[in-house]
Design a protein around this ligand. Structure first.
Ligand SMILES: [Fe+2]
Ligand SMILES: [Fe+2]
Length: 322
């Protein structure tokens, strides 16, 4: 029975990087969200099983991962995927069936999938699960050990992580504010996608911070975030996109400062990787919003964006302490 192994990048041939020459090419690549506590537990279970073909596991939350052509890291994180040796991608119920078919002890489940109607039923169940997944992720995260509570955050970065907690709380609320006001379907889709990412960032930061280490001013951050999304949404989609570009420009710099401070510090690579992963998403948000905002904004919108940037700076100063 072949052993399972990891891969972070996914070139066209899905060959594990720097693999020993004797290692077989993977038959099935399992694309999972390593930032999700539920996915981590499930994948840990599969990793421990013997497979009938070489399995490769790729964490799609890793910023170094190159998504297969025709898809994106965001799409891969939204649903469970597997990639077959010939390059085909399956997601949702079909992906689970393909994986179970490769695990001798689970093959009976895969056989159930051959019964007419069962794959559709499984897919419906999976979609229902996706709707409650954020709540389950938060519950699972609360059960996991919090490395921050064990003193693994460098003392001089604790305030910065607290401000990240405040910022990600505000970011979730920005999109709630947009969704409360906006009726434009394209803008609502933009806000819903970004909100899901910010919710994940918030869970990641909370993984690191024990409750007493988190920001204590969540009420004000929530109100400020909601207004930062709702007010421009009253003026139209372009105002929202310009606001998001301004916020994310600030957030990108804020994360970069923390990443720089952790460079060359032994023992903090996992914290640095978490910050790099969040920063990569923020940059994507910034670039997407800037492209949608179109030509340079007029004086009023420029003044609003400057106010948002100054407000973000002031909030970080306060959130470092409280
Ligand atoms: Fe974020
Ligand atoms: Fe963001």
């Amino acid at each position: 029975m072949p052993a399972n192994h990891d891969s972070q990048r996914l070139p066209a041939s899905v060959t594990p990087p720097a693999a020993p020459a004797a290692q077989p090419a993977p038959g099935l690549t399992v694309l999972y969200d390593g930032s999700c506590p539920l996915c981590r537990r499930e994948i840990a279970l599969y990793r421990g099983l013997q497979a009938s073909q070489p399995l490769c596991f790729a964490d799609v939350s890793d910023p170094a991962m190159v998504p297969p052509a025709g898809t994106s890291a965001q799409a891969l994180r939204a649903r469970f995927h597997v990639r077959h040796a010939d390059g085909r991608l399956d997601s949702g119920a079909r992906a689970f069936l393909a994986l179970w078919a490769a695990l001798p002890g689970w093959r009976w489940l895969a056989r159930l999938g051959a019964i007419p109607g069962v794959p559709a039923l499984m897919e419906g169940t999976y979609r229902a699960f996706l709707r409650v997944r954020p709540a389950l992720q938060r519950a699972a995260a609360r059960l996991e050990p919090r490395p921050g509570a064990a003193g693994r955050i460098p003392p001089d970065l604790l305030g910065e992580l607290r401000s990240d907690h405040a910022g990600e709380t505000g970011a979730v609320m920005i999109y709630r504010g947009v969704l409360a006001v906006a009726r434009d379907p394209a803008l609502r889709d933009f806000a819903a996608r970004h909100q899901a990412t910010e919710q994940r960032h918030l869970a990641l930061v909370e993984d690191w911070l024990a409750p007493p280490q988190r920001s204590r001013l969540l009420g004000p951050w929530r109100v400020a975030g909601w207004l930062t999304g709702a007010l421009p949404a009253l003026c139209g989609a372009r105002a929202v996109y310009a606001t998001i570009a301004a916020v994310e420009t600030f957030v990108d710099h804020h994360y970069q400062q923390q990443i720089d401070r952790l460079e060359d510090r032994a023992g903090h690579d996992d914290l640095r990787q978490m910050l790099i992963a969040c920063q990569a998403d923020e940059r994507h948000h910034r670039d997407e919003a800037a492209a949608l905002a179109g030509p340079p904004p007029g004086p009023l919108l420029r003044a609003w964006c400057a106010l948002v940037g100054a407000g973000s700076s002031a909030a970080v100063v306060v959130a470092r302490r409280f």
